[in-house]
Unconditional design. Structure first.
Length: 180
């Protein structure tokens, strides 16, 4: 059986984490309120679980690869899909809903393409169990906030804590301090 590629592992990790209770709303809150990229947030989590530390420069390198795709393709698809939520009274509701579903599928496919471009950018190294887990995930998320020049206030802390708890359920998050 062929070994799973980093892109496949990242995608599988992302889907599993996104489905956990509270994670999708937390990620979407950070996206919608602060303009953060959900895929980059997931990349920070995945890198930490894989035992890899990200610096703000690493985050910038990943963002440089995916930002044009996000700005020119994903965000317009998302905006159009969300616009269709309000409906168009003069049009058949079932046809609009089916069209909206196809847009959602395209948006997800676009996110998958972005992740395929991101996964090779995982910093090299040999992960160790001592370096995996919530502390490293938290540090990676903090690197994203540092790169983005965003403060971490109570709403961000709440969203990040939800994501960390889902990503690293075995962790004692009380020891993380101000990291997230």
């Amino acid at each position: 059986m062929p070994e799973e590629s980093p892109s496949d592992r990242f995608w599988a990790f992302s889907l599993a984490l996104y489905e956990k209770p509270g994670v999708a709303p937390a990620l979407l809150e950070l996206q919608d309120r602060l303009g953060l990229d959900v895929n980059l947030l997931l990349f920070c989590c995945w890198a930490g679980v894989e035992g890899r530390a990200l610096s703000p420069a690493d985050v910038a390198a990943v963002e440089a690869v995916t930002q044009p795709w996000q700005v020119e393709i994903i965000r317009p698809l998302r905006a159009l899909r969300r616009r269709l939520k309000s409906g168009f009274a003069a049009l058949p509701a079932d046809a609009v809903a089916a069209f909206r579903k196809r847009l959602a599928d395209l948006e997800i496919e676009g996110e998958h393409i972005a992740q395929a471009a991101m996964s090779p950018l995982l910093p090299p190294g040999t992960p160790s169990d001592a370096l995996r887990g919530a502390s490293l995930v938290s540090a990676n998320l903090l690197a994203y906030f540092t790169h983005s020049r965003l403060p971490i206030g109570p709403p961000e802390t709440a969203a990040l804590t939800t994501i960390l708890r889902a990503c690293c359920p075995e962790a004692d998050l009380t020891e993380l301090g101000s990291g997230a």
